[in-house]
Design a protein around this ligand. Structure first.
Ligand SMILES: C[S@@+](CC[C@H](N)C(=O)[O-])C[C@H]1O[C@@H](n2cnc3c(N)ncnc32)[C@H](O)[C@@H]1O
Length: 297
């Protein structure tokens, strides 16, 4: 069996059509950490940028590989690629590395004896951080409350009715929303399975429901409110269209008169999209590095 982690550029590495897709960022994917030890003939890994997350993913792939099985790991040079060969060597591998199109590509066979696998897996595992709750390396702002989220939490009034948190992360914003007793139902959506798993552990409130999904394609309707701190990175690069698509999705999910609360970094150009999709928008706070808007459909 062959497993692929993430979406490696097809011009850099071939992934057979029958490979099992594993990724926390592709809804419906298999979970690499749940694959049986020694069950894979080959693993193709687009290694993630965060050091702890990358170490854990490589260790999980090696754990799932048969001794003698092949690992092909690659990463952009400026997002972990430069360290990939050294990191694989530290796990006990004899690595053959090359470079192509700003990526480092490493090939190796899984040796019978691996080094430091359990430690690498533990370093990337979920944990509880006081004041934050369940979290893990790789999810958004994994070891501190994002200052934009903190600002929106402060600005939010007590909301009412049915709502959604688009791109909920580990659920900090949703937790604040659910302190209002008049909130009847809150759907938390994130494309990162690990974030949704943490949110589920952080919010045991019966009014919360969870979706591992792309917020841009979810069929929500007639909501009373949406809250969001939209993503603005896709695959490591800034992508302003992502936040703009979240604004369109929020408007589509709301009833007429429903409200959208959004926080964004100051430099992000969301005003035109808010104007296009909502009847009115007012800035609630524009000081510092963030801006907060309340828009009504
Ligand atoms: C800026 S973070 C905000 C997280 C959380 N709401 C907070 O305030 O801490 C944006 C979140 O959107 C998620 N995300 C990115 N693209 C997404 C998509 N297409 N659909 C759903 N969630 C997405 C990311 O995984 C991330 O958790």
């Amino acid at each position: 069996m062959i497993a692929v982690y993430g979406l490696p550029p097809p011009d850099l590495v071939e992934t057979p059509s029958d490979a099992v897709q594993t990724s926390p960022l592709i809804p419906g994917s298999a979970d690499l950490s749940e694959m049986a030890a020694g069950s894979l003939d080959r693993a193709v890994v687009l290694a993630p940028p965060g050091t702890l997350e990358r170490g854990a993913v490589l260790a999980q792939a090696l754990r799932a590989l048969k001794p003698g099985g092949d690992i092909i790991a690659l990463a952009p040079k400026d997002r972990g690629g430069q360290r990939l060969s050294k990191e694989l060597t530290a796990l006990g591998l004899d690595v053959d590395g090359s470079g192509k199109r700003h990526h480092r590509i490493c090939l190796a066979k899984r040796p019978a004896k691996l080094t430091g696998i359990d430690e690498a897996i533990a370093a990337g595992a979920p944990r509880q951080i006081p004041g934050l709750g369940w979290t893990r390396p790789g999810v958004f702002s994994w070891d501190r409350l994002d200052p934009g989220t903190a600002g929106l939490i402060q600005a939010l009034p007590a909301l009412s009715g049915k709502g959604a948190d688009l791109g909920c992360g580990i659920g900090a914003l949703a937790q604040a929303v659910l302190t209002s007793p008049t909130v009847a139902d809150l759907t938390l959506i994130d494309i990162d399975r690990r974030a949704i798993d943490c949110a589920r552990r952080n919010l045991t409130d019966d009014r919360a429901r969870f979706e591992w999904a792309d917020a841009r394609s979810l069929a929500l309707a007639e909501l009373d409110f949406v809250v969001m701190n939209p993503p603005f990175h896709d695959g490591g690069a800034e992508d302003r269209a992502l936040g703009q698509a979240f604004i369109a999705a929020a408007a589509k999910a709301l009833r007429k008169g429903g409200e959208c609360w959004l926080v964004a970094n100051r430099h992000l150009p969301y005003e035109a999209a808010l104007k296009d999709h909502f009847a009115s928008t007012r800035p609630v706070s524009e000081g510092g590095a963030f801006k907060i808007y309340r828009s009504v459909r």
